[in-house]
Design a protein. Structure first.
Lengths: 320, 424
């Protein structure tokens, strides 16, 4: 009579059955599609994360990742790992009513699908969005992708009740290995999102705008093309301070995000979170620990996170 | 063609996994094993298999022949836990089993263990405090109990194909359990339905007739869970399981398929009598220098307990199970001067089986066993001979280590002995 070594979790099990089909999770992309899936088209779209009777205290979590060629196989690794995120958050009660959205970032100057944005979902339906993401494999040669366009969408085209009703910021995780362009170009916004924007917006301004509503993190996974380049990390540190993190192992992305949310929601401290990971048999504890150690060292998480490296103007935001 | 029924004649953990793996690796009477059938218990089983190349898996619902590529069939007597099954399949995939679900069929009538059963089970064990029954905390007993109280409303594997029906059953189940036990927590019903529906669309659900086809293809190994001494009727009540752990279910399945009397019965015993959880273990000896890496102390069962070989208890198991044709004796590598052999208790050398269903008598027996002192002979020189003599059944195979290559066949023609009269 054994002791039941196999864990039992409805969210986790649903993910596993879904993934066990043997079909590539990037089915849409692998089928040869080279245009944005209608469900992920940012044009004229608003993405909402609303409270409901079942989820009265929604907390919005957006995960956008770079799908250009420099990321090599990292997007596929992320795709296989990200479906675990909801289960991780719920199992350990890191967040009560998480609503998760996935999206993908390319390069607006040369890619056909520079921005793909899913819906916020409270159950595993957002996994379907992952399957609809087109992998670009393109990107320019200049170590720059259109992250700023994604930030613009998050700042101006999402409505999140956690912030609007309760003043709690959501979480935005951008996973990539390159720099952003220095401004949001009005022409690209018109073409891709459809807003009638007449002048470009400087990168810093859109960063500060999005950070009003989202605790924003940039994760640089090892194994991506420019991950070892110190310029990338320092570029994002300059914009986001400690919220620019290095990730030794892209397979650790879910655990890193889940723990970050758990810390932000004050549900755990880093040691307790790492102990949780060890308990579920995670093999990536060391990677997560490395990634989050600088953040945890900053003292009480809520008061120090969110402070940008350079304090200027309306960048002075701290989480209350 | 001979089928093989495997059951544990102790309290579980005797090595059914390694015996089934060995059968699947070597075949039965020169023929490859067609399938492993689970005929009792549920996802609480923990049957360890180690391959010679070091790969290792603890089988809970998949049959212990899976690493040999042998098909698993979960019969209607099995309590199926779709959530744990998904995790187990993933682990098998990491060991190199390509698409483990391809190797699995499940009878649509089998009961489903749900998170609400599990929560109820744990709530009850917590309420029992120090008087825990040694339940695994997985909700298997709760699942069976509910199905007996509400047969028509019990969630079954085939319901995974009709989410609306499943949802109604789960809501009713949760409501009834909460009326009895208070708030249980657990995931929202909709989330459970989605997970179970994913299970339903992924695994092959079959009707009862399917087993007949398997039995025609080649030798089938029936893999029992737990141990005869934990049997719901013949075990030492209340320290028992909600499952028939004798050969009865396997014989029923054979008879229904028209294959009654075509199986040889293999009883598995280890030379150290062990028990995980509370209840009588007459020969328990905390000074025995053993540990079991697969049975860590857990919250629900507590410590893994070791005792000397208890021939009286195993004789009783043999008797209530209706006898076996051969014994697979395991863990011979643990033999040594510390390990003794209990031939008799201070009051008897035979526990007389009671009438099936007389739990009051079983409870009296339990109380007596808790006060019983064992009488020991010294450590046997020849373990297989000592066990054969004490139980009057031949030891046909011995296990001296974790892998199939550590098995020694003592009776090459062991599978030829077939019990003609199908006991039920």
């Amino acid at each position: 009579m054994g002791s039941g070594v196999w864990s039992t979790d409805v969210y986790d099990a649903a993910d596993r059955y879904r993934r066990s089909t043997g079909r590539s999770a990037f089915a849409y992309s692998d089928s040869g599609a080279r245009t944005v899936h209608p469900q992920l088209d940012p044009r004229g779209a608003v993405r909402e994360s609303r409270d409901s009777a079942e989820h009265p205290e929604s907390i919005s979590i957006a995960v956008l990742f770079d799908v250009t060629g420099s990321m090599r196989d990292v997007p596929r690794v992320l795709q296989t790992k990200l479906p675990k995120l909801l289960g991780l958050l719920l199992r350990k009660s890191y967040a009560r009513d998480p609503q998760i959205m996935f999206g993908a970032i390319g390069d607006a100057t040369c890619d056909r699908v520079p921005l793909q944005i899913g819906q916020f979902e409270s159950d595993n339906r957002m996994d379907d969005d992952l399957g609809r993401i087109v992998l670009e494999g393109g990107g320019g040669g200049q170590m720059t992708e259109s992250y700023e366009l994604a930030l613009y969408f998050m700042a101006r085209h999402t409505e999140i009740d956690c912030f609007a009703k309760r003043g709690r910021r959501g979480y935005l995780f951008v996973i990539g290995d390159e720099l952003a362009y220095d401004r949001v170009k009005a022409r690209e916004v018109r073409n891709i999102i459809g807003d009638d924007l007449h002048e470009d917006i400087p990168l810093r301004r859109i960063v500060s705008e999005v950070r009003r509503r989202y605790d924003t993190y940039f994760l640089v996974p090892h194994g991506a093309g420019h991950a070892g380049n110190p310029k990338v990390l320092s570029f994002w540190r300059d914009l986001l301070g400690q919220n620019a993190l290095e990730l030794d192992d892209p397979a650790a992305v879910c655990e890193t995000i889940a723990l970050t949310v758990g810390l932000g929601e004050d549900a755990i401290d880093l040691d307790a979170g790492l102990a949780d990971l060890a308990e579920v048999g995670s093999t990536v504890t060391a990677s997560v620990s490395n990634a989050l150690a600088p953040v945890a060292r900053g003292g009480r998480v809520l008061s120090t996170w969110g402070l940008p490296g350079t304090l200027q103007g309306d960048d002075r935001i701290s989480r209350l | 063609m001979t089928h093989v029924l495997v059951a544990d004649l102790g309290f579980g953990d005797a090595g059914k996994g390694t015996v089934v793996d060995w059968l699947c690796a070597t075949g039965v009477q020169g023929r490859p094993v067609a399938a492993v059938v689970r005929y009792n218990g549920g996802g609480q089983a923990g049957h360890s298999v180690v391959l010679p190349d070091g790969r290792e898996h603890v089988f809970a619902q998949f049959g212990s022949g899976t690493l040999r590529g042998v098909h698993t069939h979960l019969s209607r007597f099995m309590v199926v836990d779709p959530l744990a099954l998904a995790v187990e399949a993933d682990h098998l995939a990491t060991l190199g089993v390509r698409d483990p679900f391809r190797l699995l069929t499940v009878d649509g009538d089998a009961l489903l263990a749900t998170p609400y059963h599990r929560a109820a089970n744990q709530a009850r064990e917590i309420a029992r405090g120090a008087h825990r029954h040694g339940s695994c905390g997985k909700g298997v007993g709760e699942t069976v109990a509910y199905s007996l109280a509400h047969p028509a409303d019990a969630p079954r594997v085939s319901d995974a194909r009709t989410p609306a029906v499943l949802g109604d059953k789960l809501r009713l189940l949760r409501q009834r359990l909460e009326e009895e036990l208070g708030p249980l927590g657990g995931p929202p019903v909709d989330a459970t339905v989605r997970a179970f529906a994913a299970f339903g669309s992924r695994v092959t659900i079959v009707s009862p007739g399917f087993l007949g086809h398997l039995l025609g293809v080649g030798p089938v190994v029936f893999e029992g869970a737990q141990g005869v001494l934990l049997d719901e009727w013949h075990g030492f009540h209340p320290y028992t399981t909600w499952s028939t752990t004798t050969f009865a279910n396997a014989e029923t399945l054979l008879a229904e398929a028209g294959y009654a009397g075509t199986a040889t019965r293999l009883g598995v015993l280890r030379i150290v009598t062990t028990r995980h959880g509370a209840g009588p273990l007459v020969t328990e000896d905390p000074s025995l220098p053993f540990v079991d890496p697969h049975n860590p102390t857990n919250r629900w069962q507590g410590r893994f307990r070791f005792g000397h070989f208890d021939a009286v208890a195993h004789r009783y198991a043999l008797e209530v199970a209706g006898g076996v044709d051969g014994i697979a004796l395991t863990h011979l590598d643990l033999a040594g001067p510390a390990l003794r052999f209990c031939e008799a208790y201070d009051w008897t050398d035979r526990i007389v089986p009671g009438r099936r269903g007389d739990l009051a008598r079983q409870e009296l027996l339990t109380r007596r066993l808790l006060r019983t002192t064992p009488r020991y002979a010294g450590p046997p020189v020849d373990w297989p001979q000592a066990v054969s003599r004490a139980l009057r059944v031949p030891v046909v195979v011995t296990s001296h280590g974790p892998t199939a290559t550590d098995k020694q066949v003592l009776r090459p023609n062991w599978a030829a002995r077939v019990r003609r009269a199908a006991a039920a």
